[in-house]
Write a protein that binds this ligand. Sequence first.
Ligand code: KIV
Length: 277
Amino acid sequence: MRVSINKIKEMKAKGEKITMLTAYDYVTAKLIDEAGIPMILVGDSLGMVVLGYESTIPVTIEEMLHHTRAVVRGTSNALIIGDMPFMTYHLSDEQAMQNAARFIQEAGTQAIKLEGGVTVADKVKRIVDCGIPVMGHIGLTPQSINQIGGYKIQGKTPEVAASMLDDARALEQAGAFTVVLETVPTALATLITEKISIPTIGIGAGAGCDGQVQIINDIMGSYTGYIPKHAKQYAKLVDIMSNAISQYHEEVKAGKFPTDANSFTMDESILEELKDK
Ligand code: KIV
């Protein structure tokens, strides 16, 4: 039985910290699931850390569903959240509900995430009313990067800080079960966490949030692009991979790979017969 949204809400009530990681493939999702992490987000960060796009904007719903299915196949315990990509929920309530349903029906997730607060609250309510749990996402919202003007900290002015609290409350009222706070000053994220009843999941929002999310490639050191300040590298997989690739290349060129240990034998007599043909 997978972790339920009630379990996640209970964790806030009990003061238990909530861990979430992103995943985009079967093997990584399986490892995260086996580690007991209760929530996995198939983020549209997929576009940048796996597919090589410059931002999350080009990511399509088909790409998201393809990777989400792999994550679902690799897991049996975690609550899986599918991230709705750019412009797949803005056009109308119908569009938002239909695309949210695709994650649940076609990819097997238990919830979806979308970006925005007050402006998408009506969509959140309609999706929740269909029986689909929604995770909100406010602060730095990468799908609006062209509007925001860069990946910078959000909520430092009185106006933006106040509107972020309004956004969090609007999502809570619309029925969201959690809200991601991205790149927000610690004090503001802590205040929002105290003021709303649903769990806040921070990324670059300090230790005062109810939970934390990180992009798996950032903490594994398996991304060659920009690593944000909020990410701690627990490993440096790019170095390990790069060494292994070079060693393989060298050994093939030098005739050192494959050895007998990587090869297969056959009955010599069959070969002898073939030689006479
Ligand atoms: O796409 C993503 O991975 C996200 C996280 C940064 C929360 O939205």
